[in-house]
Each structure stands twice: as C-alpha cells, then as structure tokens.
Design a protein around this ligand. Structure first.
Ligand code: ATP
Ligand code: MG
Length: 397
C-alpha cells in the first residue's frame, strides 16, 4: 500500500473503534489499482459528520451539508465524508436532496464511473460491487448504471469522462460516446469553473490528443463558452505536437490558431486567474510576432526566460519547427544576454537626472530604454563611465 494510505490507517481505526465503518474511496483507490501515483486519500464512513466530530478533536466543517468534515492530524489532514445517496437533480448539477446512509454500497452507487466506485479497507481489501477492477483491466470508462441517466443527473460527468480518457488513455464504449453526443447540451447548466477544472486536467493528461479528439467527436465543445465555434481549431490541435506543452502554452496555441483577438476577455470567460491571463497574453503577443523575438535582444530581455520559453515553444508549434530546438535556442540566447533585469544596469534614473540637469519626465524612461538596448546589443559596455561617454557621443547629453 502507498505510504499515504498507511499514514491514514490510524484514522480509519479510530472511526472503527467508535463503532462505525470507514474506507478509502474514490480516485486514490482507482489510482492504486492502476498503479499510478496517489496524490490524496479520501475516506468515506458510516458515521455522520456530528459523530466524526465527536471522535476527532480538531476538525473543520469544509462541506458539512454534503457530509464532508476535514480532520486535522499531526502529519496531515483528511477529508472524511459520510456515506450518502443523492436524488432529484433538477438543475443538472446538484442533487436536490443528500441523504446520509449507513451502507457503503449505496454510497458507491452514487459515484460516476465504475473505476471510481471502489472502496478499500485498512488491510487493502478491495470492495468493488460495480466491476471497477474489470473496467480498469479492460481500460474502459464505464458509468455506474445507465450513462444517459448518470449524465442527465450531473452533466459535468461528461467532461470528467473525457478528462479521464486524457489522463488514463482508457476508452469509452460506443453507448457512452453516443450518450455524450446526445446529452452535451446539458453542459450549459454547469458552472464554467467546474468545466474549467476538468478541461485543464484534459489538456494536461498524457493522452491529451485522444482526449481532445473525443472532445470534438462527442460534440461537447459545442456547448462550451468560447469553444463552440472552434471545431476546426480544436481538430488542428490534435494534429500538432502538443505533448510537451504546458496548459498555459496550449491555451496560447489555441488562441493563436483560433485567431482570437480578445484574448483577455476569452480567458476571463474561462475564469482563469488574472496573473495567468496576463502571462498568456504576453506569450501570445511574442509568439505572434512576425520575426522571432529570440533574434531581438530587447524583446528577449522584456519577456524574460520563463515566458520566453513558453512563447518560443508555441511559436515553434505554429511554424512547424522543432519545439525542443526552439526551447534550447531561447535558453542559450537568454543566457547570453548582457543583463537580465533593469536592476543590473550600471546607471539609473538618478544618474541621468544628475548628468543632464533637466527636470524629471518621461524622457528618463526613454533614455533608460535606449541605454538598455545599446547594452544588450553590446554597443556600449554596462559601465557607468562608458555609458556616460556613449550618451555624449550620441548627442544625448
Ligand atoms: P482526481 O485524481 O483527479 O482527484 P477523482 O476521481 O479523485 O480524480 P474527485 O473530483 O477528487 O476526482 O472526486 C473524488 C470521487 O468522488 C471520484 O472518484 C468519484 O467517486 C466521486 N465523484 C466526483 N465527482 C463526481 C460526480 N460529478 N458524480 C459522481 N461522483 C463523483
Ligand atoms: Mg480526487
């Protein structure tokens, strides 16, 4: 068993000692069976949230209305969720009623796919009432029960199906694919934040090309803001070498290939964080320049290494060049820059003001920019006295 499970065994034992059942459930059990690394463990229990809070001294009510209590222990914290059933999804996303139950099987039944509906006890025994292990062996993503019903209950499950294809390289059977094709419109009821989380997992998966192909084939893209008119672009992406691109780089590529002009509002509609939006905007701007920014020292200085690498990779994909060569080149050119940051310049605004005896104004910034460019182009050495002489030579002082 993974050490994350072993660390959590005492938690399960304490719940059992109090007279209740507790198991590992969800993604960690699935990943354990597949042999993938586990990133967190979820525990499900027959105890109610109140009963859990009576067992553990330090807890936080993170989602008590749907039965989740966070238990804080010395070596970490654990989400413990009471077995529950859900019913009546009149808004296609949240159940109208959540009922706490004492039966593990009933809890497993409400879960989306058979591979996600297994439990594991503290000894490592697997409880698998819906055939999750078989589905994993067959590399298939199968809904628990009828796929139409399950997607109708919660349309996000359709996006989850595709992101699992991208993460695991599993396939959907024809029936499930047809069900996606017919129920896609229900995604309109789902908050973009939740779609965003699944879509980014799709973009990051090792089988992202298959995931994107299915995103197009299933026609789910039609019901997603800003992507509904991008079928050709999405298809193009699946034919490009996107394996080594980060999520931000794929966003930039999609925006460029899709000729999206209002980059910022597009990404705001997807609820990306402002910092990431600004970075992607810069990457798009530099990747789109007619001649490679790598050849222009000031451009390279301005964009910096991290975004420079991103822009170079995206640009290489757009132009059909080698992505790894582009990355290596930008790293080399960047390493060769005389200075990497304004603070490394041998003169500053105060020097210029002292030398020229002119009131402060926009000229200071313009001068500094000229000096930086000259230093980067090695027209003048990055040395106070040499820069002063250079300014005189250029009739700037
Ligand atoms: P990841 O490894 O990316 O966290 P995960 O399967 O653990 O994948 P979570 O969103 O963490 O995904 O959900 C934990 C578990 O809760 C799932 O394994 C599944 O059993 C259940 N679950 C999550 N979302 C849904 C849903 N929309 N409908 C039904 N069950 C769900
Ligand atoms: Mg999880």
């Amino acid at each position: 068993m993974d050490s994350l499970f072993i660390q959590a065994v005492p938690i399960i034992e304490r719940i059992e000692q109090a007279g209740y059942e507790a198991y590992f459930v969800g993604g960690s059990v699935r990943d354990h069976i597949i042999g993938r690394a586990i990133h967190d463990v979820d525990i499900a229990t027959s105890a109610t949230p109140g009963e859990i809070k009576a067992i553990f001294p330090r807890t936080v009510d993170v989602g008590i209305e749907h039965g989740t209590v966070l238990v804080i222990e010395k070596h970490g914290s654990y989400e413990i969720t009471t077995f529950r059933t859900e019913s009546g999804y009149s808004d296609f996303r949240r159940p109208d009623e959540v009922k706490f139950v004492r039966s593990l099987t009933k809890d497993l039944m409400r879960r989306d796919f058979t591979m996600n509906s297994m439990a594991m006890d503290k000894k490592g025994n697997i409880i698998d009432p819906f055939g999750g292990q078989k589905a994993i062996m067959d590399k298939r993503i199968v809904t628990v029960g009828d796929s139409y019903e399950r997607f109708y209950e919660d349309a996000l499950r359709m996006m989850r199906a595709i992101r699992f294809v991208s993460q695991l390289g599993f396939t959907l059977d024809l029936e499930t694919l047809r069900s996606l094709q017919e129920n896609g419109a229900l995604l309109k009821h789902i908050a973009i934040e939740r779609i965003h989380a699944e879509f980014e997992k799709l973009l990051a998966g090792p089988y992202r090309v298959q995931g994107l192909q299915l995103f197009v084939q299933s026609e789910l893209y039609k019901y997603i803001p800003r992507l509904h008119n991008q079928k050709a672009t999405l298809k193009q992406l699946t034919a490009l070498p996107i394996d080594t691109l980060s999520v931000s780089e794929i966003w930039a590529l999609l925006l460029i290939q899709g000729h999206v002009e209002d980059v910022s509002s597009f990404l705001r509609d997807w609820r990306l964080p402002v910092k990431q939006i600004k970075a992607i905007q810069r990457v798009v701007f530099f990747a789109n320049k007619p001649s490679s920014f790598v050849e222009h020292v000031y451009d390279l200085f301005e964009i910096g290494l991290s975004e420079g690498v991103q822009a170079a990779k995206v640009r290489a994909v757009v132009h059909g060049d080698s992505v790894s060569d582009a990355e290596a080149l930008v790293r080399k050119k960047y390493a060769d820059l005389v200075i990497k940051d304004m603070s490394e310049l041998a003169v500053g605004g105060t020097d210029l003001l002292a030398w020229r005896n002119v009131n402060p104004g926009p000229w200071v910034k313009e001068y500094l920019q000229m000096i930086v460019t000259a230093v980067l182009k090695r027209e003048v050495e990055n040395d106070k006295q040499k820069i002063k002489e250079w300014l005189v030579q250029c009739n700037l002082m």
